[in-house]
Ligand binder design. Structure first.
Ligand code: ADP
Length: 259
């Protein structure tokens, strides 16, 4: 009887080992598939601006434009815009790769959010030049210090402001700061196109673009908010979203204040 029990136990161990191997293989397959999808999305994102740059460069150099100047200017502008898009895309991909591999080095300095917001406001001003959009920053009235990487926190806030500006045709974009217990809370709200309820859980995923952004041809790669979420998380904070389609969106970033 003991032989039978041992034989059965041996069989069970073998089955468990096989099962473990099978799930490991399935996990690797899923990872491989995710990687393939990632490579194919990135290649597509790279191909679009490169195709435009190459096409216009060829037209500019083959002498096929009869009435050169105004047409040329449009082409140069398109080339510059697409070149800029490629630079942003490469920077975002490098940042995500760094976040994944853990090779991003974070500074741990005292960062006054008021100083960061001033920089973001300066940076945002030319974005809205010539548009009837009311962009208002309510600056904190006392120092709000968090410990972290100032440049990365600036990246978070400028990203949110840039999104708000490009997703809002009329109305306002507001940035304000409050304190909730031991956290600084920065809100970036707008009166723009908003995000459909069933897509709100996905906007922090890489390459996710909302259906209304696609429909209205709002430019973007879908990487910005994924980076925002990673940076905020690395600082021990949270980022939340509230939105209603056609009534705007509010992104709320909460960061632990320095004790
Ligand atoms: P993108 O580079 O495409 O803007 P993000 O990751 O920053 O990528 O944003 C993800 C999606 O969420 C995009 O489709 C973007 O248009 C949408 N989105 C981001 N911010 C807002 C906002 N304030 N209002 C409406 N849609 C937004």
């Amino acid at each position: 009887a003991r032989d039978v029990t041992e034989q059965r136990r041996g069989q069970e161990m073998l089955m468990a080992a096989l099962e473990k191997e099978r799930t490991a293989v399935e996990r690797l397959k899923a990872l491989d598939q995710a990687k393939n999808e990632f490579v194919s999305t990135v290649s597509h994102e790279l191909r679009t601006p490169v195709t435009s740059i190459v096409g216009y460069t060829e037209m500019l150099s083959d002498g096929s434009i009869v009435d050169p100047l105004p047409e040329q200017q449009v082409m140069f502008d398109t080339i510059a815009r697409n070149g800029q898009r490629l630079i942003t895309l490469c920077n975002d991909l490098l940042m995500l790769a760094g976040l994944d591999s853990g090779s991003v080095t974070w500074k741990a300095e005292d960062v006054d959010l008021g100083d960061v917001l001033k920089l973001v406001e300066e940076w945002a001003t030319p974005l809205v030049a010539g548009r009837s959009l009311d962009v208002r920053f309510e600056h904190p009235t006392r120092p709000l210090v968090v410990v972290g990487d100032g440049a990365q926190i600036e990246r978070v806030l400028s990203n949110l402001v840039a999104n708000a500006v490009k997703c809002t045709e009329h109305g306002y974009v507001r940035v304000d700061t409050t304190v909730d217990d031991d956290h600084a809370v920065i809100r970036v709200s707008d009166s723009g196109m908003g995000i459909p309820l069933d897509e709100q859980d996905h906007v922090f995923q890489r390459f996710f673009r909302t259906s209304n952004a696609e429909k209205k041809a709002v430019q973007g790669t879908g990487l910005g908010l994924a980076i925002v979420a990673s940076i905020v998380e690395a600082h021990g904070g949270t980022v939340a979203l509230q939105s209603e389609v056609d009534h705007g969106a509010t992104f709320t970033v909460s960061l632990p204040l320095k004790r």
